[in-house]
Structure formats: C-alpha cells, structure tokens
Design a protein around this ligand. Sequence first.
Ligand SMILES: CC(=O)[C@@H](O)[C@H](O)COP(=O)(O)O
Ligand SMILES: NCC(=O)COP(=O)(O)O
Length: 237
Amino acid sequence: MTKLSVNVNKIATLRNSRGGNVPDLLKVAKDIEDFGAQGITIHPRPDERHIKYQDARDLKKLVRTEFNIEGNPVPSFMDLVLEVKPTQVTLVPDAVDAITSNAGWDTVKHKDFLKEVISTFKSNGIRTSIFVDANIEMVQGAALTGTDRIELYTESYAHEYAKGNKKGVLAFSEAAKVAHELGLGLNAGHDLSLENIKYFKESIPHLLEVSIGHALICESLYLGLENVINMYLNKLK
Ligand SMILES: CC(=O)[C@@H](O)[C@H](O)COP(=O)(O)O
Ligand SMILES: NCC(=O)COP(=O)(O)O
C-alpha cells in the first residue's frame, strides 16, 4: 500500500488571502485525516506566504497520522523542524524566491552538507527524505548521505503524462528499483493528480508514500462546486 499524505499549503494560501482564519487550516487537516488520508504534509517557505512557522507548531499538536515537513534546511527551517519533531522531514533545495519546488538535490555536489543535516535530524528521531530527480546518479548519491528515504520529484512525469507520453514514467521506475536495491525508502510528489496517479502507482515498485497538494485541492474545489451551488440556490428560493 502507498500512503497518501495531503499537502495543505494551498489551504493556507487561501486563508492568508483574507487575513483571517477561513478556511481553518487545523480543522481542514483534521478532516483530511478523518476522511482517511494517512499523512499531512506542509512546506513552510521562508517568506511564510502560505504555511506559517506557527502552523507547523499548531499542526504538531493535532496531527495523528504521519506529519511531514518539507523545505530547504536553512537555519530557521532546521530550528523549526528540530522544535516540532515531525514524523519525517523532506529536504528540498528550493530557492527563497521559487514559485514552487523546481529541482531535486545534486546529491553528489552537496553530499557532505546533506550528510551533516541528515545526521542531525536522525539523531533527533526524525525520519529523513531527500527530494531528488529520477536520476540514478542522484539516487546513488542520496544513499551515501545516510538518508532513510528519497522523494522522487514527479513534475516531469506529470508533464509528459499530460502530453500523452506514458514513457515518461520509465526513468522513475528505474530510479525506484535502484533506490530499493540500495535500501532507500521511496516517496514521490509534485504535480501528481487524479489523472496521473494510478499509472504512476502501477509503474513504480515499492512506493511508500505520495504527497499531493495542488491538484488535490483544485480537484476538491471542482468536485464540490455543484453541491455548493445547489445549496446556495436552495437557500435563495
Ligand atoms: C516538494 C514539493 O514538490 C512540494 O512541496 C511543492 O513544492 C509544494 O510547494 P508549494 O505549495 O509552495 O508549491
Ligand atoms: N512533495 C510534494 C507535495 O507535497 C505536493 O506537491 P504538489 O501536489 O502541490 O505539486
């Protein structure tokens, strides 16, 4: 079975756009768990444009499933994760001004840095994962850092799948095989959706967890729209 961890960044984006507490991030996270998801993911960015550092602290008290915090291990992020102690930390090499995550780690170039950061988190009882492209050399490099898991950056798979090219998954299944042989646990995420998730799951061996946010929240809005419009129409009769 592959666990579904729901990324709630977009709920925080919506909340922040009005400055109040609607939608209530904590209630949404609790409901997501009650509906059966097996994890909650957040990706606090340094500018706190969606998830605020305080959200991470508040969610820690509430999340009963797996709590995954993603981000670039700059000092403020490291301090937050070491304070909150989530189930898992996923290291993502994103620039401060990146609109969203757009690359995996160069695990060869940054091996010593990653080793040190991973050792710090693991010695504090936090499972570690490194965000990497579906590239064998990067997966092998990740194994040398001591990380528990990797998260395959699935943007290229999603992009190719949307164009009708199912072969885009091949690099991912190869990377997954190598990861398994090297004893790494396997997660995946970015731009996964109701459209492309089934084929990905069927093609990738040993997939422990996917984290999905953007598409899942957009799909939820759309799939709920008819119901809500009818509820309004009923009240306006
Ligand atoms: C690592 C990853 O792919 C996701 O965490 C993604 O970066 C979501 O972040 P945003 O919601 O800020 O786009
Ligand atoms: N790690 C990927 C994630 O948390 C969600 O990415 P996306 O579904 O918002 O692209």
